[in-house]
Design a protein around this ligand. Sequence first.
Ligand code: GRG
Length: 304
Amino acid sequence: GTPQKHLELGFQFEEYMIGKAKRVNQALDDSVPLRHPLTIHEAMRYSLLAGGKRVRPMLAIASCELVGGNEEIALPIACAVEMIHTMSLIHDDLPCMDNDNLRRGKPTNHIVFGEETAVLAGDALLALAFEHVAPRLAKVVSADNVVRAIAELGAAVGSDGLVAGQIVDIKSEGREVNLKDLEYIHVHKTAKLLEASVVCGAIIGGGNEMEVERLRRYARCVGLLFQVVDDILDVTRTSDELGKTAGKDLATDKATYPKLMGIEKAKEFADGLVTKAKEELSYFDETKARPLYHLANYIAYRQN
Ligand code: GRG
């Protein structure tokens, strides 16, 4: 079906997203009270509350709701994945990594607070993610499922997850990157945490093995899709802005999908991924699966 069809059925995706984002932002705000030592908590709050899209929390909540859970029980895991995401952005922006001055339209953490504090703010947010989630989950699900969710989160971060993607990305700088390398980087840097968000949501919501597995496959497609679309947007955005046919990425060394397969093939690849993601959802009740269906569309057709 088309997005319109779902709207006709009375589901307002934008309202859904705005409502969830509000709830998540409030919970994140509460999760790091300003206290001694002031600098570190200011630095953590600065990046955590800098206004990201909150895609990962929304995936966690929607997945939890799909298998029978609710927003309330998904909130701790929703916060945890955003804390992890934020810390990865802080570290990614550091001078020793990407050396970026701007993030989410604001000066990066190390620009505002200095490098030492930015490193520590990232470390503290990573630790907080686990500290925050464990006791709260233990109140609503079995100890077994708490352990499963926490292991899933850990795996998404570590040397088979985000860190793997980042190290391969860094080490491939200045070298020729083929499609297989590029996919490895994106699956690890981006898809793993999206996958953990969805899977943890499903575990907390009480999903059975088959449901968790379907949702994992949905998330893998959406995760890769996220990056392919990002690459495409980089090209179209820049060429729109400059009124040129070639975008920024085509001019730099960084490997991207449009660069390696051409813009048309990259768009076809993205279409295939969104179709596959939706196929995984077809196993679930159509009405209940609407938020995840729309989230896949949102990721596929977003403009930023
Ligand atoms: C995780 C221990 C640990 C260290 C960090 C730096 C690093 C290792 C990994 C890099 C991970 C990274 C920056 C991946 C890119 C992820 C990505 C797609 C970011 C953009 O996400 P959006 O569009 O951003 O959801 P907003 O700002 O909306 O939240």
